[in-house]
Structure formats: C-alpha cells, structure tokens
Ligand binder design. Structure first.
Ligand code: ZN
Ligand code: ZN
Length: 964
C-alpha cells in the first residue's frame, strides 16, 4: 500500500522534497553574506553587458523602435578617487533608473569609466616622489608619465571596485579610461579639427596661476575666501616735461604692492577734473625708476579711492584689458613659483610675500607710502592645493567659444535637452551667454599632450591634418625638421567633454568608410546609431559648467559629422549628447551641515554599508532624494530600512514555510503563473482581490514617479505597499487560507497559495531596482534556485493598469481595515489583554454590514474577536468607538488578580496621601503663601484639589474590591 506521502506527491517532486529545500533561507537576514555573493555574480556573469548591435541596414534598424535604448554615462570619477556619499547618491539614482528601464524592456546601457584627472593624479604621484626624496623634474617627463601609469595600474581601479561591490548595474565590458588609446585619438582629432576650423588659438592672457601646482587653472577651479588684508597707498611722482620730479604726486592704492614692479601706466578717468592738468604727463615708478605714462580710460571709477589706478597688465585681468586698449607693454615680474623674476630689479629671487614686505619698507623709507588701510577683500585659492592663486600673464591655448556656445544654447532653448529641476535651465543659459573663451592648456605632464609642434626656425605652429595618426616630422610652413611638440597638456574637461561622442566611436565612425580601423575594432557605427544621443545624465550641480556645458558644446559640434542611420543629416535634436539632465542634490549630515573633513562630519558610505548593508543605504538615499532638495543623511533611517529588509526576509521565510507545508499534502502553487502580474477571479477572497488591485495600482504609481525622478515618493510608495499592505495586512489575513490539512479544498488552497507567491514575487521585482541584493537572493529562492532568468534584474518590471484595479475590493477592504483598527484601539483603551479574544458589536448600514458579514473571519482574526455581532443598536454601557461609517463596541469585563490589585491600590493611595499632606502643609505655611507669587500659590491649590480627587477615586476603587 502506498503511503500518504506517495499518494500525494507527483513522482517528479519526490526526489525534490527529499533534498534540503533550496528555498530554505537562513534564519537571520545578513546583508554582507548575500551582497558580496551577488555583486560578484553580476560582474562575473556579465549580466549588464550590452554588446555592440549587429550592423544594421541604412534604415536604422538598430534603433529599438519602442523608444530607443536607455543610455546613461557614469560621470567618470577621478582615478584618484574614493567613493563618497555624493557618489553613492549619484550611483543609487542611476542604478535605480537603469535597472527600472532594463526591467521595463529597454536596452539599458550604463557606461562606466574613470577620468585621468590631470592635476589630482599628478599631485598624488608627486607626493610619492617627495617621500622618496626625488621630484618629477629629476625624473624627467617620460619617466614621470610612466610612473603615473604605474600608479594607475596599482591604485586606479579602487573606486570602480567599490562600485562593483555596491552592485551598480553597469556594462563593465565597456569600461574606459580617459587616457585610453581610442579616447586619446578622439581628443587629438577634436583638437586638430577645431584648430583647422580656426576655433583654437594661442594667445597671451591673464590666467589664474597656481604657484604650487605650477599650472594655469580654470576660473571654476578658483575658490574665493574673504581675507583681512591691507590697502597700501603709494605716491607716484609726476614728471615735468624735462623729465624731472615736479614735486607733485599721484596716489594709487593696491592690495598687492609687489605687482607695482610690473606697472606700465597709471590710468585716470578722462573727465576727472582733479587730473585734467596731468593729461599727457608721465610718472616715475617708485623703486624701479621707470617712466610710465598717465593714460585716460573710462573704465576707471572716479569715485573709488583717489580715482587713479596703477596698471599692471601682466598681473591683473582688468589691467590687461587697459593695456590692450592703450598698447602698453606687459611686464611679467614673477616666475612659475611666484617668486620675483629678473624683471623685478633688486627684488629678483624673493618670494612674492617677502618682496611685498621689503617693497613696503623701502617705500616708507623713501617717503612714498601715503598710508595703509585695513581692507577686506576676496582672495582666490587653488581648489586643489589651496595655494593663493596669482593672476599672471602667460601664453596659453584657447577655444574660441563661439559658435560652439550658440549651438549649445540653441540645443537647450529649443528643448532638445531638458533639465530637472527646471531652474537649472536658466542657470545654464545664463552662464552660457556670458561665457569667455576657454583656456584649454595646462602646464602639467600628466594628460593629453597638445598635438601641436613649434618650429625653431620660422616659429610657426604645425598641427597634424584631421584623420592623420602620424606625428608631423617637418614644419608645415618652412619644412624644417627643427620642430618640437608643445609641452602643455589639455585641460581634463576637454577630454571628458568629448566622452558622449568618443565612447561610441567618434571620430572613427565619422569617416563613413566600410571597415573600421583595426586598432578600434570595438567601436563601430552601430554603437553610435544605437546609443547616441544618450538618454540621461545624472550629475551634481558642481560640474554643471565644468562638464555638462562642455559636453553639450562639444557633442553638438562633433556629432554632426555622423549622419543619421538613414543617411540623412543629423539635426540638432539628435546632436545633443543627452536628452535629459537630472541634477541631484547634496548629501549633508543629519544636522543639515555640509560634510567636510575639517568639521569631521564626513560619513563614509562604505562604513555605513558594512553596518547596515547596501540595500538599506540605497533605500535611505532613494527615500530622501527629491529633485532640488538636499539630503540630511540620518543613520536612524538606515536602521529603519535595515528593519524593512528584515521584514521582507521574514515574510519570505513565512511564505516558503507554507509552500513546504502545502507540498507535504501535494498542493503546489502554479509556478507557470509567476513572473507576470497576478489576476484573480471575482469570487476570490477579499484580501486576494484587494492585494492584487493594490499591486496594479502601486506599479502604475511607481512608473509615473520614476518617470519624474521622484525617487523619494517611489521608494515610500513601495515601502507602504510591501510593509503596510503586503506584510501587515495581507500576510496576516492570508493565514486564514493557509490550511493545508487533508480535508482542505485543494482547488482553493492552490489558488490562494498561488496568489500569495505571485504577489510576493511581483513585489520583489517592484522593489528590485531599489534593493537589488535582497530581492535577488529571495527571488532565486522563490524559484527554488531555478529561476526563469539569470537575475531578477533581467525579469520584467511590474507595470500598472487602472483597469485591473477592483475598486469594490479596495472599498470593502478599507472598511474592514478601519473596523479592525478601531477595534484594536478600543481594546487597548479599555485594557483588554493582548492575547484575549472578546466579543464585539458592530453597527453599520446594510451594505457595510454585508461586507462585515462576508469577511467576519478576517475581523475576528485580526482584531482578536471571539464573536462578531452585527446589531442595529449598540448595547448600553459598553465602551465604543464611532466613525461616520460604523460604530463598534467591545464587550469586556476585566478579570483581575484581586490581591495584586489591592496591593497596587494601597500603594497608590499611600502615595497620593503623602502628596495631599505635602500640599496642605505648604498652603498652611505663611512663609510660603505670603512670599510666593500669587500664581504659584494658586497652582499649588489646584494641585491639592486634583490630588484629593484622585485619592478619593483610589479609595473608592479599593473599597469596591471584592473580598478575597
Ligand atoms: Zn594648486
Ligand atoms: Zn618652420
């Protein structure tokens, strides 16, 4: 005879259940145990790789007709970087969007890479050299650059390794480094084309010079701090026509007296009547004994100071402009380290601040110092090394910003790029319409060396022809072979500004020739056709101008080389590097303070992840990330989301336990129904109709919210659904249906079990972009380790449909929930013990009574009701709660432990007697009543009355106790 077990078990399941259950999750949720495993799995299995599409035909079949690919570039972190909270937020947002789009059926490509970070990396390696007692100069350029590459091989991958551990769903096969060969080709090509188009020039210009980093730095890399300094007033002697001191002086004022060594004029306003008689006169420059002219310039403010300003064209941008207008010579008086150079006469060789002191002393000694005033002014510091920046004339390479800027403005004005929050559109347009020519040269050794050669014979410049990969060997002007390559490198933002075109193969594809260059096999037209323009850029405000604006300028400029897949010209709408820009907020500390090393309030994301798990940290950031609002990161919230993950874990264990119990009697959920959206019959139990409706409606909301970058509301909506609706209500109710005894209705039990597993499985998918690790772990368990895809990230995202929402079920369930909540509240108020079941009376209209009647077992179970009586009038004398829709009363007589209660009340009476005695004593004391303010005395009287009342009640309760 067959055993019960053999009768019920389909033969193919027998072996299965004799083994350990694959969905047997460990009792405790331990994020580190599961996260390391899946992070490694996702990378190893190349789950997020998006290979270059097969070359399509001319009609552009590579483009996904359903709305193209979803492409997003990771803002490349500096190769020197370590992950901070800003990255964590940025990457969480990108990962949520990419995972969501991927699961929603888009071809989702998130492309990672690192930036070679010119100054930062060079400094890092220079610091190493200092420790070794050497310098880059001693090493020489070639050896130094080799050292930097070596450094990069050892340490450069750190930040991407951190990203891998955090589960970012990027395509690691496409990882780039901005100094990679193929990207360097693009940099060179962009330079030579702009040069040929007359948009790159070399010129003398005042740049922000960092004497520590010994390079020009961009305006954006200068940080201004308020400084308490001085304004030194210096007298310049007016010369007579014969060149003698006339005895008259003009007084000028300066905050940087050392720059006077390079003065080449003093400027006054042409209509300044104080100086009309000096028009055309000359002055003697103190200390240097140089004759300098007085020039008339309307830029000079008559109201400021004496109305006369010294002009140092080589050390001040405004003075430089005056110098240009009046054809004044520029005398640079400082070297690269901001020491006075040979042009500084007796001060040559001195550090700028030593020279300042000496100059002021010398002026004073000669009676030429008219005064010193305290002066608060802004001083620029190098953003990297904090040294005080020296405005200084030098020869640099520039990009003529027009017409690039106009095109970049049009792209945004015409709506081809959308900013979120929208206010950044205005910021961008404002900045772009005031933009200056872009200084692209840096005096560094680490970076893309400028592809231009100087001729020692004719002093002209030779730049390779476009598409040429050979370095020139002869001057293109005089054919001399005496040519040397420019020593400057390009600004890092020049290469990162090209990324959207260069990572997809520009300029190689631009030639439109058949076979791609064999050295660039990984790129092809197909990539560009499939992925350009990218869909979205997620970045911080701090690099809106550095990077975002430059990508728009360069992207719009160069992508027009590449025809559309159908052979037509590329319109501006398809030239933009991205269609949308989402600017995320700052992560601050819990007190809304900006995180800073000096304040010591920096939160290390890796530490928090170790403590709470990546999923909880991601969820914290998402739940607080709304457009335009900074995040006050609070660990208490992360703790809460860690508890959320725990809740989900326990729900999974509960569900699996029931699946196992059901299997013991041969009941199995319909596995083939998993993976989609659940639908139930009209006659299914209320909670089944309700939870499926909730799921459909939640999925719809999430889609809208993510579409609009409302990460916060999306996270909170899922949280409410999973914890509130699913765990707190549905799981509690469904316990009623999980009866897997021999006599159970097998069809119903199967259906109920199926709905339970279906809704749970769909919830995991809904949550997966936010908490990818725990959902992956449990999802595999749902399928007993044999899921329909390699990862939940490749499963289908739940989608919404209002048509699938059963409004009647939601209405009925809401009524039942309210009834349960009121009943629970009432029980608590009247002190019903937690475990006791009690009868209740409910009064409601006919329709609602029908709902209660149909679902009485739900109310009885969840509100611990022994008997639910539907009445037309509540019995008198019962504790009750009323709502507009119903009244509910709990029938309860407390059973108490009489002796314990007598002891408690006796103590309470004694305590009150003491208080009353104290109050009476105080009020009888004239020392108190006479001296204390009236309101204090009144207060004491009131207190006495209250205590007397409480004492009376306590004694009555004691008297009312039955005899033991
Ligand atoms: Zn510096
Ligand atoms: Zn030449």
């Amino acid at each position: 005879m067959k055993t019960l077990y053999e009768q019920w078990f389909p033969s193919d399941f027998q072996g299965f259940f004799q083994k350990k259950m694959p969905h047997d999750l460990p009792k405790a949720y331990d994020p580190t145990a599961i996260e390391d495993h899946w992070a490694e799995y996702w990378v190893r299995e190349k789950l997020f790789a998006v290979p270059t599409p097969e070359p399509g035909n001319a009609s552009g079949q590579n483009r996904d007709p359903a709305g193209q690919a979803f492409t997003i570039l990771l803002p490349p972190p500096n190769v020197t970087g370590r992950l901070h909270m800003g990255h964590m937020l940025n990457q969480t947002e990108m990962d949520i969007l990419t995972r969501w789009r991927r699961m929603s059926g888009r071809k989702a490509l998130w492309l990672p890479g690192t930036d070679h970070a010119g100054i930062a990396t060079q400094m890092m390696v220079e610091r190493q050299l200092t420790e070794e007692g050497t310098t880059r100069q001693a090493l020489g350029r070639e050896a130094f650059v080799a050292r930097v590459w070596e450094w990069r091989r050892h340490y450069g991958g750190a930040i991407l390794d951190q990203m891998k551990r955090l589960g970012a769903s990027v395509d690691w096969d496409r990882e780039y480094f901005t100094m990679d060969e193929r990207l360097s080709v693009a940099v060179r090509e962009a330079f030579v084309r702009l040069y040929e188009q007359g948009l790159i020039y070399r010129g003398a210009y005042i740049v922000n010079w960092c004497p520590r980093c010994q390079t020009a730095i961009s305006d954006l890399e200068v940080v201004y701090d308020e400084h308490k300094g001085h304004l030194w007033e210096i007298r310049y002697s007016v010369l007579s026509t014969s060149g003698q001191d006339s005895g008259e002086y003009i007084t000028v004022a300066t905050t940087r007296p050392e720059t006077m060594l390079g003065d080449t004029a003093v400027a006054i306003h042409p209509e300044d009547e104080r100086y009309t008689h000096l028009h055309g006169k000359k002055l003697r420059l103190p200390l240097m004994n140089r004759e300098i002219p007085i020039v008339l310039d309307e830029w000079v403010s008559r109201e400021f100071g004496t109305g006369a300003v010294k002009v140092t064209p080589a050390h001040d941008p405004n003075d430089f402009a005056i110098g240009e207008r009046h054809h004044l010579p520029s005398i640079n008086v400082m070297d690269d380290r901001a020491h006075i150079n040979g042009n500084g006469g007796p001060y040559a060789g001195l550090d700028r601040y030593v020279a300042r002191k000496r100059i002021v002393e010398d002026l004073e000694a000669q009676g030429l110092l008219a005064g010193i005033k305290d002066h608060i002014h802004n001083v620029g510091h190098c953003d990297r090394c904090k040294a005080i920046v020296e405005p200084r004339l030098s020869t640099q390479w520039f990009i003529k910003i027009q017409p690039l800027a106009d095109k970049a403005i049009a792209a945004v004005e015409e709506g081809h790029i959308r900013f979120t929050p929208e206010m950044y559109k205005k910021t961008y347009l404002n900045w772009m319409s005031n933009i200056h020519d872009w200084c692209i040269s840096r005096q560094l050794w680490w970076g893309h060396r400028i592809p231009a050669w100087h001729c020692a014979v004719c002093h002209k410049i030779t730049v390779p022809r476009p598409h040429s990969k050979e370095d020139p060997t002869h001057c293109s002007h005089c054919n001399s072979d005496q040519i040397v390559q420019e020593t400057d490198v390009l600004d890092t933002w020049f290469s990162s500004g090209l990324l959207p075109v260069s990572v997809f193969g520009w300029p190689n594809i631009a030639k439109g020739e058949g076979a791609p260059d064999p050295t660039h096999l990984e790129t092809s037209r197909s990539d560009f056709d499939a992925f350009y323009p990218t869909s979205l850029l997620v970045t911080g405000f701090d690099i809106l101008f550095f990077w975002v604006a430059r990508m728009i300028m360069l992207g719009c400029w160069f992508s027009t080389d590449v025809k559309m897949p159908d052979g037509s010209e590329r319109p501006l709408s398809e030239s933009v590097p991205f269609k949308e820009v989402y600017i995320h907020a700052l992560v601050r500390d819990a007190n809304r303070e900006k995180m800073s090393k000096t304040k010591g309030n920096v939160i290390d994301p890796i530490e928090i992840v170790k403590q709470y798990g990546t999923d909880a940290v991601r969820f914290t950031l998402a739940s607080m990330a709304s457009p335009g609002t900074d995040i006050a990161f609070n660990v208490a919230r992360t703790e809460g989301y860690r508890a959320f993950a725990n809740k989900i874990w326990n729900a999974a264990r509960f569900i699996f336990m029931n699946v196992d119990k059901a299997a013991e009697v041969g009941i199995f959920p319909h596995r083939d129904l998993l993976g989609g959206m659940p639908a139930v019959d009209e006659d299914a139990p209320l909670e089944a109709r309700w939870i499926t409706s909730e799921l459909w409606s939640t999925a719809g909301k999430i889609e809208d919210l993510l579409e609009n970058y409302r990460f916060d509301e999306a996270a909170n909506t899922i949280y409410q659904f999973v914890w509130g609706s699913f765990c707190d209500w549905y799981l509690e109710i469904v316990k009623l249906r999980l009866d897997f005894s021999v006599n159970t209705d097998r069809a119903n039990a199967t259906q109920n079990l199926t709905t339970l597993v279906q809704v749970f499985e769909a919830s995991l998918r809904l949550l997966s972009p936010f908490m990818p690790f725990i959902t992956e772990e449990i999802w595999h368990a749902v399928y007993d380790g044999n899921p329909p895809a390699k990862s939940i990230a490749l499963a289908k995202y739940p989608f919404g449909d209002e048509g699938m929402v059963d409004a009647a079920a939601i209405k009925a369930m809401t009524f039942i929930q309210n009834l349960i909540t009121e009943t629970r509240g009432l029980r608590k108020e009247i002190g019903v013990e937690e475990k006791a079941t009690v009868p209740i009376e409910v009064r409601a209209d006919a329709a609602s009574s029908k709902i209660v009647e149909d679902n009485r077992e739900i109310v009885e179970r969840l509100a611990k009701v022994s008997e639910l009586r539907l009445v037309s009038e509540l019995s008198a004398g019962l504790a009750k709660h009323s709502t507009p829709a119903f009244d509910v009363a709990v029938i309860y007589e407390r059973t108490i432990d009489v002796s314990a209660e007598r002891e408690r009340l006796t103590k309470e009476c004694a305590r009150l007697e003491k208080l009353v005695a104290n109050d009476e004593k105080a009020l009888a004391d004239p020392g108190f009543t006479g001296k204390a303010p009236a309101h204090i005395v009144e207060g004491r009287k009131k207190q006495l009355a209250e205590n007397q009342l409480l004492l009376a009640k306590c004694r009555a309760a004691l008297d009312a106790l039955p005899e033991e």
